[in-house]
Design a binder for this molecule. Sequence first.
Ligand code: T4K
Length: 377
Amino acid sequence: MTELKVPQNPLFVTQPLLPPLAEFIPYLQEIWENKQLTNNGPFHQQLEAELAAYLGVKHISLFTNGTIALVTALQALRITGEVITTPYSFVATAHSLLWNGIKPVFVDIDPNSMNLDPAKIEAAITPQTTAILPVHCYGHPCDVDRIEKIADNYGLKVIYDAAHAFGVQNAEGSILNHGDLSVLSFHATKVFNTFEGGAIVCHSEKDKRRIDHLKNFGFVDDATVVSLGINGKMSEVNAAFGLLQLKGIDVALAKRKRISDRYRAAFKDLKGLRYLEDVAGEVPNFAYFPVLLEDAYPIDRDTLFARLKQHNIFARRYFYPLITEFPMYRGLPSAEHGNLIVARQLASKVLCLPIFPALTDDSLELVIHLIKNAGEL
Ligand code: T4K
């Protein structure tokens, strides 16, 4: 790259994966012919089967989005009282608890993994605690073994918010096989998208049946409603799009890996900038590329954020503000500043850089140049 060119079009943190439109038309023709638009149609069933096989999980239930899937997962396990969760996430994680009348209890995160710190969970457990809702933040796996041990000791359920963790594996296989349930998001900004969409992964037919009833108003047949269900069903158009997406997912993941590798190589010896390290045996999905700017970096996170914006580059401060800063959470005792020291630090220091399959080399090199030369520009 000889000169710095401000990109003509804005460069966003992500851009949805979209296959050629012509490849989607035959799916639409099929829907137009069979007139099944929703309610567990053929594409819906096919996508559930193909996703379960691709992800290496037993059962998957598709949803209209990840948030309704989270709300339903808590209903499926009849969670009540208090639930331990992280403040360092998208607000939907905690909202799913409030929608169920559950009190969120926020616990601080680990500075290296940026996930719920297992060492701090036990101190937050009370007689009202019924579950833990950790997030595999940025797609990096939580310490599932330690969380499982604590849950077993105290008789708690574990629901993983796996919105970022499509395709992620640890040494034992899919990360989605841990906990009682895992919830995925297939939103446009995710590694695998169905425009809007989500899913619950579960381990037994019985759980899947209950989840499927809950996402269909509680109906088990045309005259019987057994639970306080909601309309959480994925439509045939979204499911068909998912089937097409799935065909290109491995190529898309490989492109993401290339970008992640390039960022890592470029920032390896950069003073004051830290990125998430690989965990042994982990298969990541390169969903996000968060960098943490420490004191040794020449400018602070918000100055870098603004400077990139001047160059038409829209990095994102995920997850700033912390969930506990929002009005419906800030009065909770666990939202108190001293309880969340690491999360507060990270929320002021982390910036997520553009990463998506169609990111061009020129754009990637421009982002790298601006970050490496922040002290001089
Ligand atoms: N749990 C966690 C941990 C989550 O991260 C999320 C969602 C959920 C639960 C809930 O799942 P869903 O109910 O959403 O399925 C985005 C997404 O809206 C949200 O899905 C996601 N997390 C969150 C981390 O990011 P914003 O406010 O950053 O979205 P937005 O519209 O600013 O998009 C970011 C950039 O992506 C834009 O600047 C441009 C680009 N973009 C976005 C969209 C929507 C496109 O190029 N095309 C698009 O269609 O929240």
